[in-house]
Design a protein around this ligand. Structure first.
Ligand code: ZN
Length: 403
């Protein structure tokens, strides 16, 4: 096992602590909602330039990719730059994009989810360069876009079009001080029935699409209790989140009905298995209902459209994989205690990196998952220091493990 000079690293991170916090507060002040991340990307570019990254590029989708080192072992660290909106501002004790600092915490939308991770990973790359730790490493640091709206789409692009394929990726989403190595997946589906319109006064002359949908709805409710179970990720789930209809008027027989399904996937479930299971429902067959995966095709802030099915597979990196071991060993060396190696409750870009492309992922990031998407979101500043230290150490321990 590699013995990192923890003392030197601690000192180094300490000298950058104020810069990390300042950079993070600048990022929080930029309201980078999905498909409006351009200003945040430019702010990241300025910081990467200041920190003398070896290469900085913004790809056509709008992701910013910084590189340090050009060694044989390629590792990526990813953090998304988009944030969800603030919601009802009256529920916040301060303006949500003010980046207030108080009680050892930084407050605001995006502090925990997940601009803190972005700030830490960028400074970690700088510190690796400064400490001369890159002779065998290529480190890509990606400030990705669009994660909240379409998890993983950015990384489908980075892998397929930017041709970057790391040995593993570190996801810098908030991880509650733990190391995460998996998550459930999800799918968004639409089920539609068709009817025949007729005047509402003579229903026997038409075919009501809503009546055809009624048994489908009941079957889906019952299906939720029968979905596959995995010991690490639990059971898959299904629920109906929305319902739509089409009808000529309130005095006509509905000629169309559709429902939107939020399907959470446990490990081992695939797009094919989910479609098969729904098409096999007696009510779906009887109503001749159409089951389809919803497409995501909104333009990113650069205007690029990169259509994808709303299929985000679950993923697990085995506990004994070298990148999980490297993260756990780094944690032990830096913090002198045993890490909890667990899974995320929410979704991350790992759905594409690991779920679709089989590149192992591990998660470690400043902040708590419970802070995400809620009013008064905040992050403990000390978490930024810990994350920066982890991001410098993990690649070194991983390299040492290869020898
Ligand atoms: Zn996030």
């Amino acid at each position: 096992m590699l013995d990192i000079n923890t003392k030197e690293l601690t000192e180094k991170v300490k000298t950058y602590k104020d810069d990390i916090v300042l950079f993070l507060s600048d990022l929080i002040k930029i309201k980078s909602l999905d498909n409006y991340e351009g200003d945040a990307v430019q702010r990241v570019k300025t910081e990467m330039e200041k920190l003398d990254f070896d290469e900085i590029k913004i790809d056509p989708m709008g992701n910013i990719i910084g590189r340090v080192g050009s060694g044989d072992t390629v590792i990526a660290m990813d953090g998304h730059l988009d944030v969800v909106d603030s919601g009802d501002d009256n529920q916040w004790d301060f303006p949500p994009f003010s980046a207030m600092i108080k009680d050892g915490r930084i407050w605001g939308r995006g502090s925990a989810d997940q601009k803190g991770g972005v700030a830490s990973m960028i400074y970690a790359a700088r510190i690796m360069k400064e400490m001369d730790l890159l002779s065998e490493l290529t480190i890509y640091v990606t400030g990705s876009v669009n994660e909240e709206d379409c998890d993983g789409l950015c990384w489908q692009y980075i892998i397929n079009e930017d041709n970057i394929r790391p040995e593993f990726a570190i996801l810098t989403e908030p991880s509650d001080g733990n190391i995460y190595r998996g998550q459930k997946g999800r799918m968004a589906l639409k089920v539609s029935t068709k009817g025949i319109s007729a005047h509402g006064s003579v229903p026997e002359q038409g075919e009501n699409a809503i009546y055809k949908m009624a048994p489908v709805i009941q079957d889906i409710e019952a299906l939720n209790d029968k979905l596959p179970y995995h010991p690490e990720l639990g059971s898959g789930t299904i629920t109906i989140s929305q319902i739509f209809f089409s009808s000529a008027s309130s005095c006509a027989i509905a000629d169309g009905c559709s429902i939107i399904l939020d399907r959470r996937l446990t490990y081992g479930e695939t797009k094919e298995s989910v479609l098969k299971e729904l098409n096999a429902l007696g009510s779906v067959k009887k109503a001749d209902a159409e089951v389809e995966v919803i497409m995501y095709d909104l333009p990113t802030y650069t205007g690029l459209v990169y259509p994808t099915e709303s299929y985000f597979p679950s993923w697990i990196t085995p506990e004994d994989h070298p990148c999980v071991k490297a993260a756990a060993d780094s944690f032990r060396q830096l913090f002198n205690k045993e890490p909890l190696v667990d899974k995320w409750v929410f979704s991350t870009n790992g759905v594409a990196i690991s779920g679709l492309h089989n590149i192992p992922c591990i998660g470690y990031g400043p902040g708590n998952a419970s802070e995400a998407h809620k009013a008064n979101e905040s992050l403990e500043i000390e978490d930024l220091v810990k994350a920066t230290m982890m991001y410098v150490t993990i690649p070194q321990v991983y390299l040492a493990g290869k020898k």
